[in-house]
Design a protein around this ligand. Structure first.
Ligand code: SF4
Length: 298
């Protein structure tokens, strides 16, 4: 999948969310409209969006059709419980798990499999509870703070994620947090398809070792990366799927939620937070946990 397809999918997701929030118009720069209206400059046709082809590659049969046929702009939050195909993971002792994860972190630290290697200060393999935690959160890639500290989700988006985790009744030490890409992309751009694919084996290994009870995918890049689909986050968020027999709940990335805050869009912020929280409540329900009483507004 090309970088352009990723960008187009992100734009479509954003427009769909705005529609859900009741927006009927959007401001577009006049210069952009002028550029779009100049057909002579369009020398190549953008690759067709492959929503109809993406679901076939989703790991849970039949799920993709449901996602693809969902009405644009009104994704339903599925109340169906996920089906675990293979709950019998090869059991590693806690010590073996820690050793295996440390060995992956060492390989990540010297990895030069993709161009992101040139941009990193520190690699960010991920951290948390490796012993089959209730939840493993997976995001996109490290940002500036993460790159300096070598830890996942410690910047502004990480602070919101910490609040989300606390609202679920957990501490960060009780769950595991990782990213699709282990090195920071230049200027925090979205990791490209080939970079995701080069880095994905590390994450797959981590999941195999950790065997989380559920996975929460944060944002379109994490969804595209792990599920190998081109269906956007707006359509998939809040609906169960699975990866390697592990129930997977896709939802929005905290950075995406925070964008509403920086734009002063309180209505959008509230709605986006509510959608994420509804998805996380489904995770709690699956785990048999009651929703903790709210302590502070996120
Ligand atoms: S992003 Fe992943 S594949 Fe690329 S250099 Fe870093 S560890 Fe290696």
């Amino acid at each position: 999948m090309s970088e352009w397809t990723d960008i187009i999918d992100d734009v479509i997701d954003h427009v769909n969310l705005l529609k859900e929030l009741g927006h009927r118009t959007a401001e577009v720069d006049a210069a952009v409209i002028a550029a779009w209206s100049a057909p002579a400059k369009r020398t190549a046709r953008a690759p067709a969006r492959q929503d109809s082809g993406g679901p076939a590659s989703l790991p849970r049969q039949g799920y993709g059709e449901q996602a693809a046929s969902a009405a644009v702009g009104s994704p339903k939050i599925a109340d169906a419980q996920p089906e675990i195909i293979d709950p019998s993971a090869p059991a590693l002792s806690p010590e073996e798990r820690r050793r295996a994860l440390a060995e992956i972190a060492e390989r990540v630290d010297v990895c030069d499999n993709c161009p992101l290697r040139q941009n990193r200060n520190k690699s960010v393999p991920g951290q948390g509870n490796p012993d089959s935690p209730d939840v493993m959160f997976i995001g996109e890639a490290p940002g500036a703070d993460e790159d300096l500290q070598g830890l996942a989700f410690v910047g502004a988006a990480g602070q919101l994620l910490t609040k989300m985790i606390a609202a679920m009744g957990y501490s960060r030490d009780e769950i595991f947090i990782a990213n699709i890409c282990k090195c920071r992309p230049p200027n925090n751009r979205t990791p490209q398809s080939d970079e995701r694919q080069k880095c994905l084996p590390f994450l797959r290994e981590q999941i195999r070792i950790i065997r989380p009870k559920t996975i929460v995918l944060l944002g379109g890049t994490a969804i595209r990366g792990l599920l190998d689909t081109q269906v956007g986050v707006t359509r998939l968020q809040g609906q169960w799927t699975q990866y390697d027999g592990i129930p997977v709940m896709p939802t929005y990335h905290p950075a995406y939620v925070l964008r509403f805050e920086s734009q002063g869009d309180s209505k959008g912020l509230k709605a986006a937070k509510m959608q994420v929280w509804n998805a996380l409540k489904l995770v709690l329900a699956y785990l048999g946990k009651s929703v903790p009483a709210p302590k502070a507004s996120t």
